[in-house]
Design a binder for this molecule. Structure first.
Ligand SMILES: Nc1ncnc2c1ncn2[C@@H]1O[C@H](COP(=O)(O)OP(=O)(O)O)[C@@H](O)[C@H]1O
Ligand SMILES: [Mg+2]
Length: 376
């Protein structure tokens, strides 16, 4: 590395207040390893489960160490001086040039952090406020996908408050629309947390109560018997789709245990599909990326019905898992983009998106003398 070359300081946000805190640590460690040291300097920024922000002090390289003993900071929302300001009152703020939020779920993937970064005027990797919020809400996402004529599994959305006030009406609505089994899931969560497969009426109320612990809105969905196919999308205005991969869970469905606790789930890359199925799924993934207002990256997950071969879009993940064995980077690797190059492209896309945002006028120039009329 030539000393005169300025390296970009990349703030890697990890941890966070969601149920996916631990998953984030694994993803962030691999993102940091993937940053080309000739071009980038990683600044690990950990958010504890309580919501404290900590930056690694010099020697602290391991992420759990940063969370235990890093320096308490806060990020200012002032774009003229966007910095991580130390809360102990000592020293000036530490600056970063671009942020890579590697936090899954609530307060990371849902637009909240993206809002703060927008206020601070910092470029960041992945979807913006709107795309992140849409991607996080399975009900809103499905409604928009329907408008774009992208097939989704039939569902109803139940407000938790309605379920608590009128459980019988909700049960009737569910049974009028669906036959058991059905899937019940919180509208705004990932990692299969709070989700149940409901086989009969007796299981419905406990499933709705459980999902209601994790979200204000609950989805009840028809159960499909399907293969699970995933595609990685990368880009801003001209998004590209990777080869599809397949998840083969060893349990009844791809639940939390199958995702993180037990071995046995298989990742098949590429998925065994007909060329025309590949083309169709890739097109749907790109259409979805556009209709849901996404940018940078997303993993788009599909169901492919075992009988009849119908394709449904299940969900999008705007900050997918990023460990070295995660589907998102693996699919790009299989499509010709190795991990380090992928991270590089994502940062380029973040900077490009930022430049595009910066072209927008946010203020209007008042004609001379007009200010007076607006004075209170
Ligand atoms: N309607 C459904 N029919 C069949 N399986 C489903 C359905 N919905 C969810 N699943 C199973 O549950 C898993 C997690 O559901 P998903 O909606 O993807 O939530 P999460 O955001 O937590 O990943 C899926 O990967 C699949 O195995
Ligand atoms: Mg999923």
């Amino acid at each position: 590395m030539s000393p005169e070359k300025k390296r970009l300081r990349v703030g890697v946000l990890f941890g966070g207040r969601s149920g996916e805190h631990e998953v984030s640590l694994a993803s962030a460690a691999s993102v940091i390893r993937g940053l080309d040291p000739d071009k980038y300097e990683a600044v690990p920024i950990g958010i504890t489960k309580e919501g404290h922000w900590l930056v690694g002090a010099g020697a602290q390289k391991m992420l759990p160490e940063v969370l235990r003993g890093g320096l308490r900071v806060m990020m200012t929302a002032d774009p003229t001086d966007a910095a991580l300001v130390r809360l102990d009152g000592s020293g000036s703020g530490q600056r970063v040039d671009v942020v890579f939020p590697v936090m899954h779920g609530t307060f990371g993937e849902d637009g909240t952090i993206q809002g703060l970064l927008d206020l601070a005027g910092l470029p960041f990797v992945g979807a913006g406020v709107l795309g992140s919020a849409i991607g996080m809400d399975k009900d809103v996402a499905k409604r928009l996908l329907q408008v774009a004529k992208i097939p989704v599994v039939p569902w109803i959305a139940v407000q938790r408050a309605d379920w608590e006030k009128n459980p019988e009406t909700v049960q009737q609505a569910v049974e009028k629309k669906f036959k058991y089994p059905v899937f019940v899931k919180p509208a705004t969560l990932g990692s299969s947390v709070g989700m149940s497969k409901v086989h009969s009426r007796e299981e419905l109320a406990p499933a709705l109560n459980l999902a209601g612990e994790f979200a204000m809105k609950i989805l009840v969905e028809e159960s499909v018997v399907a293969r699970e196919i995933e595609v990685s999308v990368l880009g801003n205005q001209d998004p590209q789709a990777s080869v599809p991969g397949e998840i083969v869970p060893h349990r009844e469905f791809y639940d939390y245990a199958a995702k993180y606790l037990e071995q046995g789930t298989q990742l098949l890359i590429p998925a065994k599909l007909l060329p025309k199925q590949v083309k169709k799924i890739q097109k749907l993934a790109i259409d979805a990326f556009r209709s849901l207002e996404l940018s940078g990256m997303a993993r788009v997950d599909f169901f492919l019905e075992k009988e009849g071969g119908k394709i449904f879009l299940n969900e999008v993940n705007t900050i997918p898992g990023f460990t070295s064995i995660s589907m998102y980077p693996k699919l790009w690797e299989a499509s010709g983009i190795p991990f380090r190059e992928l991270i590089d492209k994502l940062i380029e896309l973040a900077l490009e998106q930022h430049r595009e945002k910066a072209r927008t006028k946010y203020q209007i120039e008042l004609p001379a003398g007009a200010g007076g009329a607006l004075e209170a």
